[in-house]
Design a protein around this ligand. Sequence first.
Ligand code: NAP
Length: 252
Amino acid sequence: MSRFAGKYAIVTGAAQGIGAATARRLAAEGATVACVDLTADRCSAIVDEITVTGGQAAAFGADVSDSAQVERLVADVVDRFGRIDVLVNNAGIIRDNLLFKMSEEDWDRVLDVNLKSVFLMTKAVQKHMVEQRSGAIVSLSSRSALGNRGQANYSAAKAGIQAFTATVAIELGPFGIRVNAVAPGYVATAMTAATAARVGSTPEEHQAAAAKLIPLRRVADPSEIASVVAFLASDDASYVTGQTIYVTGGAR
Ligand code: NAP
């Protein structure tokens, strides 16, 4: 498949997990991918992997919650690639705690990295997509948007992404730009491994316990989220905009 031949994509939080799987998938289907993480060095492994297998990718460093760094990043990518066809807003963090113990700092950081970054990146990229009269933006929400104990900050941010997506799709639709979100359930990544460690479990124990509550009886591999992101970013989804697709193995 070469759904992204001749297309240029940005994937944030691409050093590992769902972001790396998405960069790998888009590149495998022909995209040239700007892999963004806090430092360019952190993306060197995924960029090497993509290029060794015949794909095209480049590493960029930016804190996507910082407006000055986002402006510079998007200018650098446009200088290097000339255009941006796909933006995947994937970078995210968790700072879980019950509300009565949650610090203002943890609230702010989670909202900044998960939600404000989506505003900053989308705003910076859309002006190039508007000029092109085409583009696809996909952001990572979460099943936690429906409510999850210990995640008042994260679930608020991820619900915010869904509302942002629905609204910006209305504003950018007339310019041929589609805006969608993917809301994964439990995905086996460093993020969920950190959650396991916090509750004193191994990743395997934690995944096995979670799997019992999921209709498909297993947690997701990052590639199973990347394939839905790729669908939404591709022309296969040419009439899909303003939507959030839940990818949870049936968990509600
Ligand atoms: P992950 O393994 O922790 O990867 C996230 C990446 O984003 C890391 O490389 C991280 O770097 C980077 N990052 C963090 N803050 C950043 C910033 N300010 N600027 C640029 N990059 C930054 O996470 P994941 O599990 O793949 O999750 C990816 C996305 O899916 C997130 O938005 C997450 O909320 C969402 N999601 C995940 C799950 C799941 O079960 N894993 C479920 C639903 C939704 P550092 O490692 O240095 O922090």
